[in-house]
Each structure stands twice: as structure tokens, then as C-alpha cells.
Design a protein around this ligand. Structure first.
Ligand SMILES: [Ca+2]
Ligand SMILES: [Ca+2]
Ligand SMILES: [Ca+2]
Length: 203
């Protein structure tokens, strides 16, 4: 559970190579990210119903097609306070169009939830059941480091799930960019040209 897992990589050939690296461990994701901001959803009262587009202190906006609430369910049991609970299609818009984001989630024990952004989509791994008893295996982390082109508009969305699930500690920031092959080649040419100029000056 604690290992970095590169679950999915999208590689596009050509000038604009794209790459989405998925992390299932928060500390591994944090090691790849700088300037991170985290929304902990604790500034709203338990049971607050989110309607329309709600802007949170971190600057993220959550929009849902139906019921979405701030809930003390699950995450409060491990001292994390409120979380965002969703039963319906939900869209999150992050400020600054970050290239990296991640979040903790819990109680996804009945399947059906997936996350999508740009051309990327993936089913979220199931966790344990936090309805019956809250245990550590009820919680999981999903994070990515990608490129701005992979996350158009800094937006990602969840599909609806049968029972719903909760997310907390939604973090976003700058990631270690994956160098595009074209950029590396140009950089190499630039350095070679610099060396040529130096040699000419000394001769
Ligand atoms: Ca929280
Ligand atoms: Ca459950
Ligand atoms: Ca459990």
C-alpha cells in the first residue's frame, strides 16, 4: 500500500508528449510536488449542502449535478474533521491550473466511482466500508503529476457512485515536469552551440 505505483501513463508521440503519473501514496506524491496548497473542507459546518458552484478557502470550486455536502462522516473518525461527500457527478475546478493534484478518499466500498480529466479517466480503487466500522483500510489516496495540457482548465470530475464516497485534503501544486523529448533535443543543441562559440572565441 505504501509504494509509489505508476498505474497509468499516457504517452503521445510527437512534439507535445503528455504523461500522467498516478500515485497511491501521499508522501510519494508530496515528494514530487512543490508549492502545494491543501483544502481540508473544515471551514464549513457539518451537514452543509453544497449547491451550485461553491468556492472554498483554497480557491477550488466544487459543482455537482445534485446533492453534495460537507460531512463529518469517515474522516472525522481519524481526526481530519469534515470532508466533501459526493453521491453525484461532481466537478472540481482548481485555481492556477496546477500540474499536480491529489486527495484522500474513503468509504468507496460499493464500486462505480471514476475520476476523469482531459483524456485521462480511471476507476478509483475500492476502500473498506466505513459505515460499519472505521478502519485504516477505509482510506486511500489518489494523486497525479501531469502537464497543464493533461488537466485542461485545472478541472477534474468524478462520476456518480451508488453509495457515494468522501474526499478530504485535496492538494494541488507544481510538479516535477516530465521533460518532453523535443525540449531535451533543443536544449542539447543549445549547449552544443554554446561550446562551439566558446571554442571559436579562444582560437
Ligand atoms: Ca477535513
Ligand atoms: Ca460504505
Ligand atoms: Ca471498515
Amino acid at each position: 500500500m505504501k509504494s509509489l505505483v505508476a498505474v497509468s501513463t499516457i504517452v503521445a508521440c510527437g512534439a507535445a508528449a503528455a504523461s500522467v503519473v498516478v500515485y497511491t501514496d501521499r508522501s510519494a506524491w508530496e515528494a514530487a510536488v512543490t508549492g502545494g496548497v491543501t483544502e481540508n473542507f473544515n471551514s464549513f459546518a457539518d451537514g452543509t449542502v453544497v449547491t451550485g458552484a461553491t468556492v472554498f478557502p483554497s480557491g477550488i470550486t466544487a459543482t455537482a449535478s445534485g446533492t453534495l455536502d460537507i460531512s463529518s462522516f469517515a474522516f472525522s473518525a481519524i481526526g481530519q474533521g469534515n470532508a466533501l461527500r459526493t453521491f453525484v457527478n461532481t466537478t472540481i475546478v482548481m485555481p492556477r491550473s496546477p500540474v499536480a493534484f491529489g486527495f484522500d478518499y474513503a468509504d468507496l466500498d460499493l464500486g462505480g466511482a471514476s475520476i476523469a480529466f482531459g483524456t485521462f479517466s480511471q476507476a478509483l480503487a475500492l476502500t473498506g466500508d466505513a459505515d460499519s466500522s472505521v478502519t485504516s483500510d477505509d482510506f486511500a489516496f489518489f494523486g497525479v503529476v501531469a502537464t497543464a495540457a493533461d488537466i485542461p482548465g485545472g478541472t477534474f470530475s468524478f462520476t456518480s457512485v451508488l453509495e457515494g464516497f468522501v474526499i478530504d485534503n485535496l492538494s494541488f501544486g507544481s510538479g516535477t515536469a516530465v521533460p518532453e523529448p523535443g525540449t531535451v533535443a533543443l536544449l542539447g543543441l543549445g549547449l552544443a552551440g554554446l561550446g562551439y562559440a566558446r571554442r571559436r572565441r579562444h582560437s
